[in-house]
Design a protein. Structure first.
Lengths: 342, 447
């Protein structure tokens, strides 16, 4: 054997098997239950929107990397696919193709590539796309195909539970009577409610969460902190006046809380580094979501809450640091030095 | 035998990783390697000043004869590990990848110095005074055998004004693959216990704890049995958790004390010695035997006979590889030491030194680094760092040459365990840049 063929490199000489493409694949697998459920609920519409969003996101990233940045294509890491699925999860299943194209272009082009691609974007790209669409196409973005009563794929549209609640409360109706117009909590939990593609079924999303926790892709801190904050905060308001405020179970199981907690508050790039930071981040998202839902003009606030907290991530990283080894000891030394000096 | 679940094992508190331990050579008994035809003995095998050569080309030497004496206090004597004639004295590349002066000796017979007791009889009575023990350890060239090779007599000379109350014995062997300490604990436990008593006497401490990771149950049980009637020495089973064998981590795991930044274990009343060193101390003090041989693990996923050899210092790596069944076809990298902190060697003629704990053969497909992606801010390096640093930031600072900033962020606290690079999903060369930053900071400033 010729020794000229030996590789020489600094330690460590072994590496964990969890690399970026594998993590991205793991996240995609974790999205499958929610995706399957949305296909069950919305049929071909869900397939159509999801496939288009993935194709547009990957295609736009490829074109930007190749022709605008003159770089090797970065699409193989799988992050553009995730952006595509997440964007699809955040829109109604009857959205026309050109709106999906605009959303994808904004998500990948402005939300991600303009900052330098994977890892450099301060805001969650899918949410940038989603919020852009919500502000630009408010009508299309809030006409949700109804389901639950009939599983047929007609063009009948209706409001989400949060929308019904907001409008009803605005008209002075008490929460109790509004609740009679809505599905039961178990229907909420399993996903028999109106809404965006991927946000309906807490059950399907929780399967994804458990899978990602099992694969050690994410930790529990951000999602648990966010869901707990929404639950506790809405719970307090509900205890104060149950005729004006819906129950905490309603708030946790409807809208984008589960989707945001599982797939967006856990996004590596746009969330803090440390566990302590993730707890603060989740808490912030929870508080902002509840404030927007209860006191804002929009029925739902998860997207805005996450984007606002994304902006705070650098600051959270500055203050929520790991405990350094020896910091206790040096504190003690400094203190004893100070006391001897006295 | 598994430890019952309700018993929570001790471990260090910050960071750490769990690589597969791959202890494939654990059941191979220590076997003496056949005498080589020639040895190459570097004069800088330890941290500190290289030793000063006291032999000339053509001299005849015996096993155990001093061939280079320590220069100053932080240095160590070098003894001939074979008998024979001194050959060329020139610079050769050692396992660190740097060229250092080394003495080559052509082997003739196996003629040992008269003063050395080569018998297997256990000598329990410690006759020397603490001062004489330290002098003897210095004379016999004993250095830390866990890898860093810090001269042992320096560690035993506790600075004025520092009170040491605990001696910790490092039997952790947290590096994957390596089993030399494990085998030594199984085969020489009584000698190690006498070695511990010698070290305790030298330091004047009454308490000693042997820390062993839970994947070496046989060694833990053996020591528990042997220490039943001893007072002052206990054995503690530790959770398998890299880098527990790091001095600072072991102190945190066993005593929940933290060595201050830039400080020494003695600052918190602790001295740590490796089990290999403890055995060498026993041989030096009780048998007058200098450090001329050590246990070296030869291992790897495709190695024919994963082995633990008793090897004379200065033996070429190639001799060990031949004895372990040759170099497998698809070997891509050969590492001196473990996979997390060992050094890749470029040349099979590299000699075994006092700090060489193992030779690891890595197959072709695992030898190359994978594609590097952008940092995705996953925070796994921060989670893994046992010193609680922010490795990704230290990388950026070093890359930009922002060394003073890195110093403020405690880059010099890094113990180079490699946990950050190990976990990085983007395969970023985090530790490479941290090493660069540390080197830049340690370089003397230009006038």
């Amino acid at each position: 054997m010729s020794t000229a063929l030996l590789t020489v490199s600094p330690s460590p000489h072994i590496h964990t098997e969890l690399t970026v493409p594998q993590i991205m694949r793991g996240v995609i697998i974790a999205m499958v239950p929610a995706l399957l459920f949305s296909i069950y609920n919305f049929g071909l519409g869900a397939v159509y929107v999801t496939v288009l969003a993935i194709v547009f996101c990957v295609g736009i990233e490829y074109l930007i990397a190749k022709y605008l940045l003159n770089r090797a294509a970065t699409i193989y890491d799988g992050s553009a696919v995730i952006t595509g699925i997440l964007l699809a999860f955040n829109v109604p299943s009857n959205l026309p193709w050109y709106i999906i194209l605009v959303g994808s272009a904004v998500a990948v082009g402005i939300g991600k590539m303009s900052f330098g691609g994977l890892g450099n974007n301060p805001f969650n790209p899918a949410l940038v796309g989603r919020v852009f669409l919500l502000l630009s196409f408010p009508v299309q973005m809030t006409s949700w195909p109804t389901q639950g009563a009939t599983f047929s794929l007609d063009a009948v549209t209706g409001a989400t539970p949060l929308g019904i609640l907001k409008d009803g409360l605005r008209n002075g109706e008490p929460v109790d009577s509004l609740m009679t117009q809505m599905p039961s909590y178990s229907d909420f939990f399993f996903g028999l409610q109106g809404g965006s593609l991927g946000e309906m079924s807490a059950f399907a999303l929780l399967i994804g969460l458990v899978y990602m926790l099992y694969r050690k892709i994410i930790t529990w801190h951000a999602p648990v902190s966010m869901i707990a904050t929404v639950f506790v905060m809405t719970g307090i308001f509900w205890l104060i006046d149950p005729t004006k405020y819906a129950s905490p179970f309603f708030h946790v199981l409807t809208g984008g809380v589960m989707l945001g907690a599982v797939f967006m508050a856990t996004d590596y790039v746009t969330s803090p580094f440390t566990h302590r930071g993730m707890l603060i981040f989740g808490f912030g998202i929870g508080v902002l979501t509840v404030l927007i839902r209860l006191f804002g003009s929009y029925p739902e606030g998860v997207s805005f809450a996450i984007l606002i907290m994304n902006a705070f991530v650098p600051m959270i990283n500055r203050f929520a640091k790991e405990t350094r080894y020896g910091s206790k000891a040096s504190d003690r030394l400094e203190r004893s030095d100070a006391s001897t000096r006295k | 035998m598994k430890t019952p679940l309700h018993h929570k094992l001790k471990t260090f508190k910050i960071g750490g990783v769990h690589p597969d331990d791959n202890k494939i050579s654990a059941s191979a008994p220590i076997t003496p390697l056949a005498l080589p035809k020639m040895v190459i003995i570097p004069i800088a095998q330890h941290i500190g000043a290289p030793a000063k050569i006291v032999v000339q080309r053509g001299d005849n030497v015996k096993v155990g004869q001093v061939i280079a004496v320590h220069e100053g206090f932080v240095s160590a004597n070098i003894h001939s590990s074979v008998s024979g004639r001194v050959g060329v004295i020139e610079e050769v590349m050692d396992s660190t990848g740097f060229k250092h002066t080394a003495i080559s000796i052509r082997v003739k017979g196996d003629d040992w110095e008269q003063s050395i007791d080569r018998g297997d009889v256990l000598v329990e009575q410690i006759k020397l005074t603490p001062k004489e023990i330290v002098a003897c350890i210095m004379e016999m060239g004993v250095v830390g055998m866990g890898g860093a090779a810090f001269p042992s007599h320096v560690k035993l000379s506790v600075p004025e004004g520092k009170q040491v109350d605990h001696l910790l014995i490092n039997g952790v062997e947290c590096e994957p693959y390596l089993t030399s300490d494990h085998r030594l604990m199984l085969e020489k436990p009584k000698e190690i216990i006498v070695g511990i008593k010698i070290l305790m006497k030298a330091l004047g401490v009454d308490t000693s704890i042997i820390g062993i990771e839970d994947n070496k149950h046989d060694a833990i049980e053996l020591f528990q049995e042997l220490l039943k009637n001893e007072t002052g020495i206990t054995v503690e089973s530790l959770e398998v958790h890299y880098p527990q064998g790091g001095e600072k981590q072991l102190i945190q795991a066993l005593l929940n004390r933290e060595v201050p930044s830039g400080g020494l274990p003695a600052d918190v009343g602790v001295i740590v010695h490796n089990v290999g060193t403890t055995f060498a101390v026993y041989e030096a003090v009780q048998k007058s035997k200098p450090l001329v041989e050590r246990v070296v693990t030869v291992t790897g996923k495709e190695v024919k006979q994963p082995s633990n050899f008793l090897v004379r210092i200065g033996t070429s790596v190639i001799d060990l590889l031949i004895a372990a069944g040759g170099v497998p076809e698809r070997t891509g990298k050969i590492v001196s030491g473990g996979p997390m902190m060992g050094k890749a060697i470029a040349d099979l003629d590299v000699p075994v030194a006092k700090g060489t704990s193992g030779i690891l053969l890595i197959p072709e497909e695992e030898s190359k680094r994978a594609e590097v992606y952008n940092c995705v801010h996953c925070g796994k390096c921060i989670e893994a760092c046992p010193m609680g640093l922010e490795p990704y930031r230290l990388l950026l600072m070093s890359k930009k040459g922002n060394n003073q900033r890195a110093k403020e962020e405690h880059i010099l606290d890094c113990i180079e365990c490699g946990s950050c690079s190990f976990v990085c999903p983007s395969n970023r060369p985090i530790l490479d840049y941290i090493r660069l930053g540390k080197t830049q900071l340690r370089k003397p400033k230009k006038p």
